[in-house]
Design a protein around this ligand. Structure first.
Ligand SMILES: [Zn+2]
Length: 458
């Protein structure tokens, strides 16, 4: 049943919509056909901005919406005109013809970055045969596009890594972390660690955490990846105060923490019933230190540095990484705060895409995750996992349950399909049910400028 508060909010929204232009009010009365028709553009794209919400399944989006703007509210990403769902399964290392129904970020990232399925843990290499797979960022660079890779995790974590590295294991992040990838060591004729390969790609904008990986003094010539970055003429910055100094025309390496960046919000972890249930919690929204930029600030800076008035455009990946990490930790405030921060970064991208109609913008996740919105627990009926009750924007209690592992164990990903939404050229191809590997082909078609037969004869 709808609360009177929600019903009033909907009535107000409909009333406000009625005052707007015709095409808008047509959408408000429920028929979105004209809006959707207008959103379809089968032409090429000059710029591509890809937002990956790590572990941002439908329940993570819904929980963040309920908490931040209320059940009848809408997040920025909810305004994307064209949405669908895609499947995320990976394949098995021992038998690549068999699906592994629950993917990790490395295999799923390899899927959207290269168009090929691989096994969990691999970074843009094939299952079993360990061959390199060409990535969309490598293709963008061949087309003389500028490139950017931004994350709230370590820059060498799986999602940013799949765009610019080819290693057998996601653990091979820095030159001192190569135990699982002996064949990828430079001394063995390989391309080196993820940090080394990331720099070798001369990506114009790199921002995130993971400074410790780039500080390992163990490259074969005795230098660290940071020294290598300086030799490659990167401006290297270590705090938010350095962002205004970064100017177009010089490559940027921003390493804002030694490990993963700090979460935006904090709060109590989920606990077994009945702890945490009697008094709904309100999240603390001031957890990120001033020296670390927000994901929205990094996104705005990246676009400022990558955008140019003419010539080839840019490819930018922005990852909201710790939605996943806080879901693993069964920490609902951490998880929701990261989803809200990710949504703010998406809004920056959408504002740019609205002003630059030749920009393809995509928002999706790499896999589903554990958190579920469940009924208020009682002595008789409550989840067997851990749970937390939060007081939302609606001033209503919302229970989040985590049950894919035991109390104080690492909660697991899930194998569900996830949402993909888009705007701009080629965006209509996210509609319906696709697979994660189709996203690679969609982006390739957009930057290759191969418009469909229909549009070229129209
Ligand atoms: Zn994860």
């Amino acid at each position: 049943m709808r609360s009177p508060y929600v019903a009033t909010a909907i009535a107000l929204a409909v009333f406000a919509g009625a005052a707007l232009e015709t095409i808008r009010s047509r959408a408000e009365d429920g028929d979105r056909s004209a809006v959707l028709r207008q959103a379809i553009d089968d032409g090429p794209a000059r710029n591509v901005i890809l937002f990956i919400g790590d572990g941002m399944g439908d329940s993570e989006i819904t929980a963040a919406r309920n908490y931040e703007v209320g059940a009848a509210g809408r997040l920025a990403m909810d305004a994307l005109p064209l949405t669908g769902a895609y499947t995320t399964y990976s394949v098995r290392e021992t038998d690549p013809d068999l699906p592994d129904y629950v993917t990790d970020s490395a295999a799923s990232g390899t899927g959207w970055a290269t168009g090929h399925k691989t096994s969990n843990g691999r970074i843009s290499t094939t299952a079993q045969t360990d061959s390199d797979l060409k990535t969309i960022l490598e293709i963008a660079r061949e087309r003389s596009m500028r490139t950017g890779n931004v994350t709230t995790a370590e820059l060498t974590d799986a999602t940013p890594a799949v765009l610019a590295a080819h290693v057998a294991s996601r653990t091979c992040q820095g030159p001192a972390d190569m135990t699982a990838c002996p064949q990828d060591k430079k001394s063995a004729g390989g391309k080196g660690s993820i940090a080394e390969q990331m720099l070798a790609h001369d990506i114009d904008v790199l921002m995130g955490g993971g400074a410790a990986r780039f500080d390992q003094q163990t490259m074969e010539d005795g230098r660290s990846p940071i020294q290598e970055a300086l030799a490659r003429n990167y401006r290297v910055i270590g705090g938010a105060a350095g962002l205004p100094l970064a100017m177009p025309g010089r490559k940027l390496l921003g390493l804002f923490t030694t490990g993963n960046m700090t979460t935006e919000w904090s709060g109590l972890e989920a606990l077994p019933y009945p702890s945490n249930v009697a008094r709904p919690q309100v999240c603390k929204e001031d957890h990120r230190p001033a020296g670390e930029p927000s994901l929205a600030e990094m996104t705005a800076k990246a676009i400022e540095l990558l955008d140019r008035p003419s010539g080839p455009g840019f490819f930018l990946q922005v990852e909201g990484a710790s939605i996943d990490k806080e879901d693993h930790n069964a920490n609902p405030c951490g998880q929701i705060g990261e989803t809200v921060a990710f949504d703010r970064a998406i809004k920056i991208g959408m504002d740019f895409a609205r002003a630059h109609r030749d920009t393809l913008l995509i928002v999706t996740a790499d896999h589903g995750h554990t958190s579920q919105i469940v009924s208020m627990p009682t002595d008789l009926d409550h989840p067997t996992g851990v749970m937390s009750v939060l007081m939302t924007h609606d001033q209503a209690p919302m229970t989040i349950a985590y049950g894919t592992n035991a109390y104080h164990r690492f909660m697991d990903h899930t194998g569900t399909q996830v949402r993909i939404g888009a705007m701009g050229p080629q965006a209509a191809n996210v509609v319906g049910i696709t697979d994660q590997t189709d996203l690679f082909r969609l982006m390739l078609r957009a930057i290759d400028g191969r418009a469909s037969q229909e549009s070229s004869t129209r």
